[in-house]
Design a protein around this ligand. Structure first.
Ligand SMILES: N[C@@H](CCC(=O)N[C@@H](CS)C(=O)NCC(=O)O)C(=O)O
Length: 194
């Protein structure tokens, strides 16, 4: 989504995590996606680094700069840390041999999602009236959490967070980014401009 926002032309390759391409593992042995190979041969292997690379090149920096405040960086750290911890155990209890799935769901709500809802009561986006990189970084994980049990999520009292999630799910940016890539081949990703 950041690459599309910044109007970067790029090629994309859908990776099956059960059958990672040898070239990807040569370039990035840690074996997680996304991985970005730049024209000069250097490799970015963290989503946030890829977002920085793209959004920093946008002359306005409207998506990048607002995401650098201590408050926004704290949301990012809590998303990647404590929220991801509880989300993974709620979503994949079998992977973690987890017996207290509901406890992880409750912790995710208390520690992260209710505070995020309260924050979004103050402004539509973390970037205030317009979204910023932090909104983009948190959205996929809130989406995952909501999708585990959508009927349950819908009846929680999280009006601002639910409105924020609904905005992203129906945004042209997200719908475009879900473009289905052909398997096992590298293709130019269609730009938003087309
Ligand atoms: N910190 C990394 C995390 C990337 C990550 O964990 N990606 C998952 C997929 S969403 C993955 O590739 N996991 C490797 C695997 O399941 O084998 C980032 O932000 O890019």
């Amino acid at each position: 989504m950041a690459l599309l926002v910044a109007q970067m032309d790029f090629d994309a390759h859908e990776v099956s995590l059960r059958d990672k391409p040898a070239e990807m593992l040569t370039r990035s042995p840690k074996g997680s996606v996304p991985v970005m190979l730049l024209p000069d041969g250097s490799v970015l292997e963290q989503s946030w680094d890829i977002m920085r690379w793209a959004l920093y090149q946008d002359a306005t920096r409207n998506w990048w700069e607002p995401a650098q405040s201590p408050e926004k960086l704290d949301w990012l750290a809590r998303n990647d840390g404590v929220f991801k911890h509880h989300l993974d155990r709620y979503k994949y209890p079998e992977r973690y041999n987890e017996t207290d799935r509901d406890g992880h769901r409750e912790n995710a709500l208390t520690i992260f999602l209710r505070p995020l809802n309260d924050r979004l009561e103050q402004s539509s986006f973390l970037g205030e009236s317009e979204p910023c990189a932090t909104d983009l970084a948190l959205f996929p994980f809130v989406r995952q959490f909501a999708a585990v049990a959508p009927e349950w999520f819908e009846v929680q009292h999280l009006p601002a967070l639910q409105a924020w999630l609904a905005y992203w799910l129906s945004s042209p940016l997200f719908l475009h980014c879900m473009y289905k890539l052909p398997g096992q081949t590298t293709v130019p990703f269609p730009s938003l401009r087309q």
